[in-house]
Design a protein. Structure first.
Length: 141
């Protein structure tokens, strides 16, 4: 009897190319994450305050630039300044739909105090019960 040399098919998946693709994607995300920044550039004042507890809802953030312009993190273009009427309209809609949504004000360190006060009055008129002020952490203590 002649013995035939038969080869068996090996059923194994080569995962090396998948690992390579995963590492390339990881590097791409690590490079682009710091570049993608939400909103406008605001220099926050420093204060030794406790951070807010994490919430399941993303907060509405009203930014007040050094020039006194308003920016909202909700809407089509977060880098485009909005008018006071637009702040009232957008925040009012959010408060009617989700009344427990946290609302924060990001005021530039060099902004006029009256502009931040006016922003807080606008938020109150839109139906916001509590407003938080955003700060940077105090590095000195």
């Amino acid at each position: 009897m002649a013995r035939k040399n038969k080869r068996r098919a090996m059923a194994a998946i080569n995962v090396v190319p998948y690992i390579d693709v995963m590492l390339v994607l990881l590097i791409i995300f690590m490079i682009t994450a710091p570049i993608v920044q939400q909103g406008v550039e605001i220099k926050l004042p420093q204060a030794a305050a406790n951070p807010l507890p994490p919430d399941e809802r993303e907060p509405v953030i009203l930014s007040v630039s050094q020039a006194g312009r308003y920016y909202l993190n909700i809407g089509d273009d977060v880098k485009k300044p909005v008018t006071a009427d637009e702040v009232l309209r957008r925040v009012g809609i959010i408060m009617r739909l989700h009344p427990k949504t946290p609302v924060l004000v990001r005021g530039d360190t060099n902004v006029n105090y009256g502009a931040v006060t006016h922003a807080m009055v606008l938020l109150q008129q839109a139906g916001v019960a509590k407003v938080g002020l955003m700060t940077d952490t105090d590095d000195n203590g």
